[in-house]
Design a protein. Sequence first.
Length: 99
Amino acid sequence: MTAKDKPVRMEERLYQNRYMVDEGRPHVRIHHQAEDSPQLKTLTRICPAGCYALDENGRVQVAADGCMECGTCRIVCQATGEIEWSYPRGGYGILFKFG
Ligand code: SF4
């Protein structure tokens, strides 16, 4: 197997992407309810960019820096209404690098 044929790990591929942060204007927000729904908690495991995590109180928090704009969180929590999601403003957000 040559270096060219060597499989590339997903983390290495994601590292190629660039992200322009729109300071103070996150395009993903959580509307917390009394308790986090199972759907919201699931995002800590399924977001491909790892944007969701539990805080010290066990509540789900989001840091949208690095969001790949896949829309998974929007779809998964559509019925619960906990996720407010929009595309970043022009010039901000993910910049995919291919090749
Ligand atoms: S859109 Fe995709 S990458 Fe972005 S926060 Fe939601 S699940 Fe994660």
